[in-house]
Design a protein around this ligand. Structure first.
Ligand code: AMP
Length: 445
């Protein structure tokens, strides 16, 4: 099937072809016609399947009747509200909606925590048709009376399972109570729990169920590997792996913020450009790190689970689980950052001595046995770490081992320096000592 058969308007088809998409992904093929026909949709779609476009495209199509260039805020009421669990995901969805809707005069924006409220309030007051929000910050704006929901036609709950995991249920309930009863509701979740199904039955009206991959399965284009490692040598083994494979763009997961910070500093010290993202870093720092990672200015992004939600990097080749996630569903979310939209990807995990149960829970959930590799040893010679920053002088890469010869060399070097100094001193008519003094005391200007 081609996009032309889905019934989207010309302006959207134009932006789709600008993106270079050749055909709809399975979730798009199934969800877009249902949403266009006005049905509520409950979709089980894992991340990386093209789910964002599957709801933003038909929503933009249906809202295009309201598109206008008036400067009056009254002409731009909120028509669609998209709730997302994290700032990263909200920013990502906003970016996608803007990309697909670039030929339509519809205003699209987002509100999330960690950045000042004022610019968001100004944006809301000047009118916006599509609002992407994290629940907490949206409630702050509701309290400040900066938003009105009377014209809302669409509600999207993106990554609903994660919003529940993060404890947003009371916030979401409060927000939904403020929305018009008559609306179209779309609920997306990577994984389905009974709680999700029960909430869907309250919030959605006779929804069409769309499922593109069986419950909790993962993309087939991803290769899964596990290395058995000792906890105390994990960091070295990681360095070996990324050097041997000459990895240039790797998203690495740690279970804790402290762990992520430590690992990122360690990699940096070893000459690999790395940054950490987690909830203790400011939103600006997180966005900056992500932008640098996407632009290949840094090679390694070390993340915790929450910070990584919504990260969408085209053609990300590797995800490494430096720590195995205790919750096996997080494995699905983590590795969903690679192998997106049919691309190949590798998910590599490190399993310590205590991780046996965790590993078998993951394998049970995804119904795939992770290919086990045990040898991860440092090559002995002749290797240059190409993704590591190179030292100015190879001497700095080698450990210093004093020998009789090195003592001799040192003496020669000292001699050389003092004779060079004498030579310079002769030329400048200054005493040798003055050459080793700070400029001012040596009489320099
Ligand atoms: P999502 O699952 O929404 O996070 O999307 C994952 C990635 O797939 C994004 O980088 C999209 O740009 C890309 N994508 C979405 N739809 C298509 C398509 N029909 N063909 C190729 N790539 C797509």
């Amino acid at each position: 099937m081609s996009f032309a058969n889905l019934g989207l308007n010309q302006l959207l088809n134009r932006s789709i072809s600008d993106q270079g998409y050749e055909k709809p992904t399975p979730i798009q093929e199934k969800a877009i016609p249902e949403i266009l026909s006005g049905r509520d949709v409950l979709a089980a779609a894992q991340t990386g399947t093209g789910k964002t476009a599957s709801f933003t495209l038909p929503m933009l199509d249906l809202l295009s009747k309201h598109a206008n260039t008036s400067v009056s805020p009254a002409k731009h009421p909120i028509r669609a509200l998209i709730l997302a669990p994290t700032r990263e995901l909200a920013a990502q969805v906003e970016e996608s909606a803007k990309t697909y809707g670039k030929y339509l005069p519809l205003r699209i924006g987002s509100v999330f925590g960690g950045v000042p409220m004022d610019p968001q309030t100004t944006m809301l007051r000047s009118g916006i048709e599509i609002l992407v929000a994290t629940p907490g910050r949206l409630l702050d704006h509701i309290q400040m009376k900066a938003v009105r929901f009377t014209a809302v036609e669409f509600l999207v709950l993106d990554e609903a399972d994660r919003m529940l995991d993060m404890g947003f249920l009371p916030d979401i309930k409060r927000i939904i109570d403020l929305l018009p009863q008559k609306r179209q509701t779309l609920m997306f979740s990577a994984t389905y729990s009974d709680e999700i199904r029960s909430l869907a039955s309250k919030w959605l009206n006779d929804p069409v169920k769309v499922e593109v991959a069986p419950r909790n399965t993962i993309t087939e284009t991803i290769e899964h590997t596990v290395y058995k490692v000792d906890d105390f040598s994990k960091r070295d083994r990681l360095v070996d792996l990324i050097s041997m494979r000459d990895m240039k763009q790797v998203l690495i997961f740690c279970n804790t913020k402290i762990g992520a910070n430590r690992l990122s500093s360690y990699l940096d010290r070893k000459g690999f450009s790395a940054q950490a993202i987690h909830s203790d870093r400011t939103q600006i720092e997180r966005m900056d790190a992500l932008a640098k990672f996407k632009a290949n200015e840094i090679n390694f992004l070390v993340a915790t689970d929450i910070a990584a939600r919504g990260i969408d990097i085209e053609d990300l080749p590797f995800v490494i689980n430096f720590d195995l996630p205790p919750n096996p569903e997080d494995y699905v979310h983590r590795i969903g950052r690679t192998g997106r939209a049919g691309q190949k990807g590798e998910a590599i995990s490190f399993a310590g001595n205590e991780d046996g149960e965790c590993l078998s829970n993951i394998e049970k959930l995804i119904k795939v046995k992770l290919q086990s590799k045990s040898s991860l040893t440092r090559p002995t010679s002749g290797r240059r770490l190409s993704s590591a920053k190179k030292s100015e002088d190879p001497l700095f890469d080698k450990p210093y081992v004093p020998t009789a010869k090195s003592d001799e060399l040192k003496k020669q070097a000292v001699k050389k320096v003092s004779s060079a100094g004498t030579e310079k001193a002769k030329n400048s008519n200054k005493p040798v000592a003055a050459l080793f003094m700070p400029r001012s005391s040596a009489g320099g200007k």
